[in-house]
Design a protein around this ligand. Structure first.
Ligand code: MV4
Length: 451
C-alpha cells in the first residue's frame, strides 16, 4: 500500500479523497494555490504545499510544481480527482517515470478515450453498441454526402478532440451538411488545435445514461449499475440519479454486463464511466470517462461500495475484491449539485458564506468543501458542494430531498438550491419523464414567467 498520497485537486473532491485515505490509514498531502490557503482540504490534510498563484494553469495544472510537492513530501501516489489533470495522459506518464503511482487508468487508456473517434472505434470492437455513424473520422477526401445519406438525416458532426458538447454541429438536411462540416472543422481547430471530425446519426430526444465500471488492470472488471444524468444545462450536469427511472433490472443487467465484459477485454484499470444516449429502449455509446466522476456518490449510496477506496486499492496493485454477484442495488439516490450561482440566471456568485447549515439525518450525505465564514474564490468552477439523498424507493428519496432542501442554509452568496426546490415539486421530475433537453426547456419557461 502507499505510504503517502498527494491529492492534486481542491474543493469537495479533495475532501472526498482525503476521507478515503484516512480510512485506509494513509497520510495525505494537500496542494493548493495562494487563493486556497484557507480551504478545507488544506486544513484537513496531514501536510500541505502551496504550488502557485490562483490561476489554475499555474497551480492545479502545473505538473512540475506537483512533482516537486511529491518530492518534498515523499508522496508515492497521486489522486487527481476530476477535472484538472485527471484525464491528462502525459501527467500519468510523467508521474510513472518518476516512480510515483497515478491513481487511475494507464496513460494508453486515457489517451484512447480522450480521442472520441478512437474511443468509439474501441468501444465497437469491444462489443459496446455505438451510435450509427461514419466509420472512424471523416476526411476532406471522403464523400461526406454519401456517408450522411447512408446514416440518414439529421446527422451530427462532432470533433474528435471534443466531448462535453464542444464543437458539435447538426445538419438537418443535405443542404446543411457542407456548412455544418466547415464550421465544426474551424471551431475544432480553434478550440482544440485538432480539426479531426466524425459524423453520427442525430438522436432527437435521448436520455443520458452512464454505466459505472471498475477494473483491476488484470482482466477482472465489474459494473456498478447506471446513473441518469439527463438533467443538464449547457452540458453541465445539474441533478443525477441512480438507478435511472427509465430502466428495469433486466436492461440494467444487460448493459452493465456488456460494459463489464468490454472492460475485461481491455484490461481496464481503475474506475471508469461509459456514457450512452438512450432512446426507444436502445443504448448508444458516445464517450468514456477515465476518471472518478462528480456524481459517483449516487452509485456509492445504492451499492454501498466506496469507489475511491477501490481506486486506491487497485492502484496499489490489489486485485478487484468484489465479484459481480456481490454488487447489489438497494433503493434510490439523487444528487443535486450546489453551485455558487444565481438559481435563475446562473451568474457566478463568489463571496463569503455568512451562515451555513447543511441538512442531516438518515440517508443524507453532503459532500462539500465549505464552512461558515469561508470566502469562495472567483478563480475556479462554481461547484461548492453536493447534496446526495438516499431512500428505499424513488418516492421516499424525493420526499427526503424536499425536506433536505428546506433545511439547507447557505447565506451570503447565491446558490442553485432554489432551482432544486422547484424541481422536486415538478410533475415530470416526479414521474422521471425527462430527456437531455428537458431542463433547458424548463428554464426557458421559468424565465418567461419572470418577464
Ligand atoms: C449526441 C446527441 C444527439 N445525437 N450525439 C453532447 C455532449 C457530448 N458528450 C455528446 N452530446 C450529444 N451527443 C448524437 N448522435 C446529443 C448530445 C447532447 C447531449 C448529450 C448528453 C447530455 C446533454 C446533451 C445536451 C445536448 C446535446
Amino acid at each position: 500500500m502507499f505510504s503517502k498520497i498527494l491529492i492534486a485537486n481542491r474543493g469537495e473532491i479533495a475532501l472526498r479523497i482525503l476521507r478515503a485515505c484516512r480510512e485506509l490509514g494513509i497520510p495525505t498531502v494537500a496542494v493548493h494555490s495562494t487563493a486556497d490557503e484557507n480551504a478545507m482540504h488544506v486544513r484537513l490534510a496531514d501536510e500541505s504545499v502551496c504550488i502557485g498563484p490562483p490561476v489554475a494553469r499555474d497551480s492545479y495544472l502545473n505538473i512540475p510544481q506537483i512533482l516537486a510537492a511529491c518530492e518534498i513530501t515523499g508522496a508515492d501516489a497521486v489522486h487527481p480527482g476530476y477535472g484538472f489533470l485527471s484525464e491528462n495522459a502525459r501527467f500519468a506518464e510523467i508521474l510513472e517515470a518518476h516512480g510515483i503511482t497515478f491513481i487511475g487508468p494507464t496513460s494508453d487508456h486515457i489517451r484512447i478515450m480522450g480521442d472520441k473517434i478512437q474511443a468509439k472505434t474501441t468501444a465497437e470492437q469491444l462489443g459496446i453498441p455505438v451510435v450509427p455513424g461514419s466509420d472512424g473520422g471523416i476526411t476532406p477526401e471522403d464523400d461526406v454526402h454519401a456517408i450522411a445519406d447512408h446514416i440518414g438525416y439529421p446527422v451530427l458532426v462532432k470533433a474528435a478532440a471534443g466531448g462535453g458538447g464542444r464543437g458539435m454541429k447538426v445538419a438537418q438536411t443535405k443542404a446543411d451538411l457542407d456548412t455544418a462540416i466547415s464550421t465544426a472543422r474551424a471551431e475544432a481547430k480553434a478550440a482544440f488545435g485538432d480539426d479531426a471530425l466524425y459524423m453520427e446519426k442525430y438522436l432527437g430526444k435521448p436520455r443520458h445514461i452512464e454505466v459505472q465500471v471498475l477494473g483491476d488492470g488484470q482482466g477482472n472488471a465489474i459494473h456498478l449499475g447506471e446513473r441518469d444524468c439527463s438533467l443538464q444545462r449547457r452540458h453541465q450536469k445539474v441533478f443525477e440519479e441512480c438507478p435511472s427511472p427509465a430502466l428495469n433490472d433486466a436492461q440494467r443487467k444487460n448493459i452493465g454486463e456488456i460494459c463489464a465484459d468490454a472492460m475485461r477485454k481491455l484490461k481496464y484499470r481503475g474506475a471508469g464511466t461509459i456514457e450512452f444516449l438512450y432512446e426507444n429502449g436502445e443504448f448508444y455509446f458516445i464517450e468514456m470517462n477515465t476518471r472518478l466522476q462528480v456524481e459517483h456518490p449516487v452509485t456509492e449510496m445504492v451499492t454501498g461500495i466506496d469507489l475511491v477506496n477501490e481506486q486506491i486499492r487497485i492502484a496499489s496493485g490489489a486485485t478487484l475484491g468484489i465479484d459481480q454477484q456481490d454488487v447489489t442495488f438497494e433503493g434510490h439516490a439523487i444528487e443535486c449539485r450546489i453551485n455558487a450561482e444565481n438559481a435563475a440566471t446562473f451568474a457566478p456568485s463568489p463571496g463569503t458564506i455568512t451562515h451555513y447549515h447543511p441538512p442531516g439525518g438518515l440517508g443524507v450525505r453532503v459532500d462539500s468543501g465549505v464552512y461558515q465564514g469561508y470566502k469562495i474564490p472567483p478563480h475556479y468552477d462554481s461547484l461548492i458542494g453536493k447534496l446526495i439523498v438516499h431512500g428505499r424507493t424513488r418516492v421516499e428519496c424525493m420526499m427526503r430531498l424536499r425536506r433536505c432542501l428546506a433545511e439547507f442554509v447557505v447565506d451570503g452568496i447565491d446558490t442553485t438550491i432554489p432551482l432544486f426546490t422547484k424541481l422536486v415539486d415538478n410533475q415530470d421530475i416526479a414521474n422521471g419523464a425527462y430527456d437531455i433537453h428537458w431542463l433547458e426547456k424548463f428554464l426557458a419557461e421559468e424565465s418567461q414567467k419572470e418577464q
